[in-house]
Design a protein around this ligand. Structure first.
Ligand SMILES: [Zn+2]
Length: 257
């Protein structure tokens, strides 16, 4: 177990763990208010605080991968704590180890597909896992408030929002649906770019590529559309990763290129 990384203000006044961010692979340090770092034995911090530091993005990613493996293999292992005990623990606050921006699709509940429990994930769901201002604000909120260092944009196979956009682009002007307009207009540029390629001749392949491309668009928008997130990525180990869930296999493929 690893401990440490609490702001001195937190140490003195018991305020949250939002100043606990460190780069993946850093050693033990106590991060002081005012930006002065000095080494400290992690166990001492734990003895006083009784709290763990926020885990790094890499550690959080490994946790999600292991959880998804359990889910896909139907092992359902994340039930170690009594639910009432866990609820009691969480009344004082939360320290979610990953932020998930996922699709609203009923078949892709993040906590289930990653086999995580209460308080483990900060989840934002919107059809098509698009990035609009309220999604950016929600990610910023969790990254700043809780020190969460991993953001996953989670798309999925057979996404209805992607399909609706493809259908709209194939409809004659004037016959386009008014459904999902605020979603479609954000997915549309990604699919229009794909329609410039040979994929326009194969709708099934187009839909599959569009899911991945739409996830990558959302990742790029989070990485470069917010000064808060840009700073956290540059200086504090925040990682934004794209991923796709397969309705068929239950497996999540992370885009780590
Ligand atoms: Zn979807």
């Amino acid at each position: 177990m690893i401990y440490g990384y609490y702001c001195l203000c937190d140490f003195l006044f018991g305020i949250g763990a939002n100043a606990s961010a460190v780069r993946p692979g850093d050693g033990f340090q106590l991060r002081l208010c005012g930006g002065v770092d000095r080494p400290m034995v992690g166990r001492e911090v734990d003895a006083v605080q009784g709290k763990q530091r926020m885990i790094s993005a890499i550690e959080a990613l490994q946790r999600l991968k292991r959880g998804n493996q359990r889910f896909a293999e139907d092992l359902g292992g994340h039930r170690a704590l009594n639910p009432q005990v866990r609820r009691n623990q969480l009344t004082a606050g939360q320290e979610p180890h990953a932020i998930i921006l996922g699709c609203s699709d009923s078949r892709v509940p993040a906590e289930m597909v990653f086999d995580q429990g209460l308080g483990d994930l900060f989840v934002i769901r919107v059809a098509g896992n698009i990035v609009a201002p309220s999604q950016v604000d929600s990610v910023e909120f969790a990254a700043e408030r809780f020190g969460t260092r991993l953001v996953v944009v989670l798309g999925h196979s057979n996404c209805g929002a992607i399909q609706a956009t493809i259908e709209e682009l194939g409809s004659p002007v004037g016959e386009q649906s008014r459904r999902l307009q605020s979603i479609v207009k954000r997915v549309r540029p990604t699919i229009e770019a794909l329609l410039q390629t040979e994929l326009r001749h194969d709708l099934e392949a187009l839909a599959q590529h569009a899911v991945k491309a739409n996830v990558r668009t959302s990742v790029n928008q989070l990485c470069s559309g917010s000064t808060v997130l840009e700073q956290l990525i540059r200086d504090d180990g925040l990682m934004v990763v794209g991923a796709e869930y397969s309705l068929q296999t239950g497996l999540v493929e992370f885009f780590e290129d």
